[in-house]
Ligand binder design. Structure first.
Ligand SMILES: [Fe+2]
Ligand SMILES: [Fe+2]
Length: 142
């Protein structure tokens, strides 16, 4: 089970709300896996992938607005994760709810996201807050 905790709060309200929703969607994937339902797992994973892509695009718009120094590294991390999720989705389509898929869904899928928030999104959150103060809230509207 994926649990949200306050150690994952970046301080940027919009980003934190999206992170919480993504964690919830991971929980929906896990429920479907636990029920042994491959079709439902695929649907849940597709929904998660869509929200992840939208969330990453949102963060990247915010990075551009802040002229953020770590943009390249951060965007690369997003692309790497989306490619990994696509690989997981392909494995599910080919082999169903295999042990390898289960390990990935409960392991890497969750740990990567948590690690990414702590390693990169925290810094972005601080940068956005700095811009909020200096630009009177303009960045948060993006
Ligand atoms: Fe994020
Ligand atoms: Fe990110």
């Amino acid at each position: 089970m994926v649990v949200w905790d306050y150690a994952l709060e970046t301080g940027c309200v919009a980003i934190d709300a999206e992170h919480r929703e993504i964690v919830q969607l991971m929980g929906v994937v896990h429920e479907a896996v636990e029920q042994g339902n491959a079709a439902q797992t695929a649907t849940a994973l597709d929904r998660l992938t869509l929200r992840l892509a939208e969330h990453f695009e949102h963060e990247e718009r915010l990075m551009a607005a802040c002229d953020y120094a770590q943009t390249l590294l951060h965007k690369e991390a997003h692309a790497t994760f989306l490619a990994d999720v696509a690989k997981g989705r392909k494995a599910l389509a080919m082999f169903g709810l295999s042990d390898t898929f289960r390990q990935w869904a409960f392991g890497r899928l969750v740990t990567w996201f948590r690690f990414h928030i702590k390693a990169l999104d925290m810094g972005l959150g601080q940068e956005i807050r700095r811009h909020e103060v200096s630009q009177e809230g303009a960045v948060a509207q993006l």
